[in-house]
Ligand binder design. Structure first.
Ligand code: ADP
Ligand code: MG
Length: 481
């Protein structure tokens, strides 16, 4: 029976489809085309080196099983990888095939490169590094960049001027500025990912031959864990060492992950020594990072650490207007201003509020008015961020005992007032992030020992006095409301 490669591959695909998620199937298997069937050897074509590496890392077992099922134990798989035109001599679309015998690696054909996709991997002893390809150093990597996070859509303001211009400089001459690594840090939702991606996109535009990769630290870690499991650590390291620009997002998650730190350290050193660019982001500056080894931390400080601050009102308005312009939507400027005025701390929430309003108006077929915006913001701001403050706790307690709130900070030592003050300290400790010293300062200028004493007193009293405990429980509910 003579089957074509298409039929054989089709059968494989049917099995594979049933065994992995739809998304993975779409991403990793639909782009594959079968090219030929030569006896027991099926050749498939994959779009890039990265693609091949991914299949090898994640789907080798499944591929092995399906190929064997289709072609018997002698079955073999060969890959043909499409190279992009970055091999230096401008040859576009050069192809070369990769030869993967089942057991021992046999002769390599003329221009082809021997790769270790070994269907008998369990028995394979020595796996040569698949990422170093003599004479074909440049590979096509899926850079994982999102086109919408460009410099063009990143609004400049006082809040981000340094980080933005450093990022821009880096994208003009990656690896050649003093900003290596460039570390961008800020609280969440202020544009770290956007700016880091903008750098990557710009490098790709300016230098199409450079290999750029954006990864989150979580992706990096998971790939590393997989590599350890599969014994392909060297391949992992070499893959990363081939980047011209490596962007690692949310580096703070390195904290406490010693093995990942070590491997990242090696990659970092290699890239840095070879004049390659590193861009990293974090939710805090290096001095505040914890759980990261000093030798790595000191390297983070080699280049430039630039922060992103909360944007001011004008910048917030500009961000909203740019977004509306890009989406081709117009809404009254008073609404834009109202939004920018109301949502102050986080650009992501600002955008979220805008999207909610647009969605509301189109769902209910209502015009976008200031009123609608007010209603939305009321809901939105309440449901997302209401931080409990010491002042608020004092107010609730004073209301509860019908005491004027000024007494909280007075010197009076009347019993019920002392107790109200102690409760305020207790709840401030329990429900806010304020330090003992700050709490003391706000509750009648007491020192931290007094606050500590107050907390203990309230805790002890609850254990001995049922009525008191009822008060405390009721108060806590009111404060959290
Ligand atoms: P982070 O990584 O710091 O948590 P992101 O980069 O994900 O923040 O930004 C959150 C959202 O805010 C994104 O949609 C981003 O496009 C937008 N954003 C942040 N800063 C700006 C800015 N200066 N100009 C335009 N959009 C911004
Ligand atoms: Mg981010």
């Amino acid at each position: 029976m003579n089957r074509t490669c298409t039929e054989v591959w089709q059968n494989c695909m049917d099995v594979i489809r049933d065994n992995i998620s739809q998304q993975s199937f779409k991403t990793w298997f639909e782009p594959i085309t079968p090219v030929k069937l030569d006896g027991k050897v099926l050749t498939i074509q994959v779009p890039s080196q990265f693609f091949y590496e991914w299949l090898e890392e994640h789907y080798i077992t499944l591929l092995r099983k399906t190929i064997r099922k289709e072609l018997g134990t002698e079955g073999r798989l060969e890959y043909k990888i499409i190279m992009d035109g970055s091999s230096g001599n401008g040859e576009q679309g050069e192809q070369f095939s990769v030869h993967m015998p089942t057991s021992n690696r046999s002769a390599t054909r003329n221009a082809s490169v021997s790769m270790p996709i070994d269907l008998n991997r369990d028995n394979a002893k020595e796996i040569p590094n698949p990422f170093i390809i003599p004479g074909l150093r440049k590979i096509k990597v899926n850079s994982q960049l999102n086109e919408s996070y460009s410099f063009d859509t990143f609004i400049e303001g006082d809040c981000n001027r340094l980080a933005r211009s450093a990022g821009y400089a880096v994208s003009q001459s990656p690896g050649k500025t003093a900003f290596n690594p460039l570390l961008i840090y800020s609280q969440v939702g202020l544009g770290k990912t956007h700016l880091a991606q903008a750098i990557g996109l710009d490098v790709k535009t300016n230098f199409p031959d450079k290999t750029v990769l954006y990864v989150t630290l979580d992706q990096f870690t998971n790939q590393f864990i997989d590599a350890v499991k599969n014994g392909s650590q060297n391949d992992f390291v070499h893959f990363y060492q081939m980047m011209d620009v490596l962007i690692v997002d949310d580096i703070q998650f390195l904290s406490g992950r010693e093995k990942t730190q070590d491997v990242f350290f090696n990659i970092f050193n290699h890239l840095h020594q070879n004049g390659k660019q590193l861009v990293i982001t974090s939710d805090k500056p290096p001095v505040e990072m914890q759980g990261i080894k000093p030798r790595l931390l000191s390297r983070f400080k080699w280049g430039l650490s630039a922060d992103l601050q909360v944007p001011d009102l004008e910048t917030r308005i500009a961000i909203l207007e740019k977004k509306l312009y890009n989406d081709g939507i117009t809404i009254p400027s008073e609404v834009v201003e109202y939004l920018a005025y109301s949502v102050t701390t986080n650009v992501r929430e600002l955008e979220g509020a805008l999207i909610s309003i647009i969605a509301q108006s189109s769902l209910n077929k209502k015009a976008i008015t200031l009123d609608l915006a007010r209603q939305m913001i009321d809901k939105f701001v309440k449901s997302t961020t209401r931080e409990i403050s010491i002042d608020y706790i004092q107010k609730v307690i004073c209301d509860y005992f019908s005491l004027p709130v000024e007494l909280m900070v007075s010197k009076t030592r009347k019993r019920e007032i002392v107790q109200a003050r102690q409760l305020a300290m207790y709840f401030s400790k329990k429900l806010t992030k304020a330090s003992l010293a700050t709490i003391g300062l706000h509750c009648g200028n007491k020192d931290h020992a007094t606050v500590l004493h107050a907390c203990r007193t309230v805790t002890n009293l609850q254990e001995t006095d049922k009525q008191f405990k009822l008060y405390v429980d009721e108060l806590e509910k009111k404060i959290k409301l």
